[in-house]
Ligand binder design. Structure first.
Ligand code: NOJ
Length: 563
């Protein structure tokens, strides 16, 4: 067989890395526990529900599962407000259920990452309750960021920082003697007080939490708000109001501070003390890939989500730049690049890509907003996913994207639970639309999500035709597209492979690269594009022949076998 790379004029960006630790080329599936599968019928997903459906994930062909928080929590931010890091929220199950889940995953050959939320606790955490009771100047308060207010009676917040969810980032407490007192910092909801990572007690506590889960057998951690745990000395005002709010360019004195790296070095030393290639992935919204690369230096975390790729619009040049820049930056520090298109915080890509300006996302979509073109969104989502799964590195898949699920864009406002909705005075819809419970079977109540038909958010009607049982084993379905791509990716070693742009095929509407013997072409334009002779189709997001790539589609080619 002729090597594809010699048949086309190419520019190498990233050389093959071959085999390495599992996480370097892993495809990781994100499970959002409350919406994955409900075993007991209360309308809220749970750990036994996850365990029961792990075979679906093994059949899909992913390598690992990342489970969003399942810890005891008042659920003001869907579990990202943790009241106890070493137990399970009763609605989700018990520690025994967690052990069963880990054992079943192991049996099926799936690794498990759990979510660690170290920037803040819940206001129901024992530490925060003790801090409120103990009063100003106490060691209990020193675990959080309490400050005196400004103004003659301390009635103004200590600085001008805003909460990512809307409104001020400070809340004033009532002291034990009943007087208005200090303020505490919360970069998110007021139910999520920020910890003070300059306090050694906080370090010791999280080291113990890491060990608790590592000892239980988890393969690693996804680290929430990994770029926000350390704040600039003196908590200086932000210069511009939106400095800390633009989700794609988190800048300012609360983000990406030098001190966070010492925490990751400390945690890396802990993970290195365990066998089994345990790993960490950082949720660090850092726009500059070179800044992001600093999180994945050899003695820090193993991976960082590539939000530059997620936020690149449906634009060949923007995507090419995002891919090239992230590969070069990660290669510089010897790290693997990650690819991600959807998660529980952003509009699902099957809807995002069907918007008038495809790829944009922001405050969520409601019934009174312009609606995405669902068919076009799905067609583009399939193309984007097939392209992503051919890229070298590791990929993250958000539950339901393997079914091509759209965002719920007409959810009733009364159902919204994301704190963003209330904190922005109902000006931002928030993230509930991407968190709707999964459809497992078209004809069952709640599309098979729960045995009783209860569902904590109403599912849109289109979930019926997209249910898993309508797709598994059905040629051409989105599920089968993912399954086929994952199998080929594994068989051909694409995750540990190379990336070279196919120069003659790339233009303003085409992305074309070679990984090993595979030529991957994504046509982002609205007309078919011709492909040189000598190739045959290996996989495609729509029906395709060897002669051309249809509009809004991705095709994987390999050199045609000689007659
Ligand atoms: C990032 C999580 O992904 C998001 O869901 C959460 O609201 C914030 N961090 C705060 O924990």
């Amino acid at each position: 067989m002729t090597s594809t790379s010699t048949a086309l004029s190419t520019t190498l960006v990233h050389p093959a890395t071959g085999d390495g630790p599992w996480w370097r080329d892993a495809v990781v599936y994100q499970v959002y526990p409350r919406s994955f599968a409900d075993s007991d019928g209360d309308g809220m997903g749970d750990l036994p529900g996850i365990t029961a459906h792990l075979p679906h994930l093994a059949a899909l062909g992913v390598d690992a599962v990342w489970i969003s928080p399942f810890y005891p929590s008042p659920q003001h931010d869907a579990g990202y407000d943790v009241a106890d890091y070493c137990d399970i929220e009763p609605t989700f199950g018990t520690l025994d259920d967690a052990d069963t889940l880990l054992a079943e995953a192991k049996r099926l050959g799936l690794r498990v990452l759990v979510d660690l939320v170290p920037n803040h606790t819940s206001w129901d955490h024992a530490w925060f309750r003790a801090a409120l009771a103990a009063g100003p100047g106490s060691p209990e308060r020193a675990r959080y960021i309490f400050r005196e207010g400004k103004g003659p009676d301390g009635g103004e917040p200590p600085n001008n920082w805003l909460s990512t969810f809307g409104g001020t980032a400070w809340t004033r407490v009532t002291e034990p003697d009943g007087t208005p007192g200090q303020w505490y910092l919360h970069l998110f909801d007021d139910s999520q007080p920020d910890l003070d990572w300059t306090n050694p007690e906080v370090h010791a506590e999280f080291a113990a939490i890491l060990r608790f889960w590592l000892d239980r057998g988890v393969d690693g951690f996804r680290i929430d708000v990994a770029h926000g745990m350390v704040k600039a000395d003196g908590l200086p005002d932000t210069v511009t109001v939106h400095e800390n709010l633009d989700p794609t360019h988190h800048l300012g004195p609360m983000w990406d501070q030098e001190g966070v790296h010492e925490i990751y070095r400390e945690w890396r030393r802990i993970l290195n003390g365990y066998d089994g290639e345990r790993a960490m992935v950082a949720e660090a919204w850092v726009a500059d890939p070179r800044r992001m690369a600093r999180y994945v230096r050899p003695d820090e975390v193993h991976q960082s989500f590539n939000f530059g790729f997620l936020t690149a619009l449906w634009d060949a040049n923007a995507q090419r730049t995002a891919i090239t820049d992230s590969l070069l930056a990660m290669d510089d520090v010897g790290a693997t690049t990650t690819w991600v298109l959807s998660n529980h915080d952003v509009v699902r890509h099957a809807s995002r890509l069907g918007l008038a300006v495809p790829g944009t996302f922001g405050p969520g979509i409601g019934a009174d907003d312009p609606q995405p073109d669902q068919a076009l969104g799905l067609r583009r989502a399939r193309a984007a996913s097939l392209m992503m799964l051919a890229l070298p590195g590791s990929a993250y898949v958000y539950q339901g994207e393997e079914l091509g699920l759209p965002e719920h864009t007409t959810l009733d406002d009364d159902e919204r639970q994301d704190p963003v909705w209330e904190r922005t005075g109902h000006t931002q819809k928030g993230r509930d639309g991407c968190r709707v419970p999964l459809p497992w079977s078209a004809d069952a109540p709640a599309y098979g999500f729960s045995p009783t038909g209860a569902s904590w958010l109403t599912q849109p009607e289109v979930f019926g035709e997209l249910a898993a049982d309508r797709q598994v084993g059905v040629p051409g379905s989105t599920f089968e597209l993912y399954r086929e791509a994952l199998a080929l990716r594994r068989e051909l070693g694409l995750g540990g492979g190379s990336l070279a742009w196919a120069d003659d095929l790339c233009d303003d509407t085409t992305l074309a690269f070679v990984n090993g013997d595979v030529l991957v072409v994504t046509n982002l334009g609205s007309a078919p594009m011709a492909v040189p002779g000598g190739f045959e189709v290996l996989a495609s997001s729509v029906d395709a022949s060897a002669a051309e790539v249809p509009a809004e589609a991705t095709v994987w080619f390999r050199p045609a076998a000689r007659a």
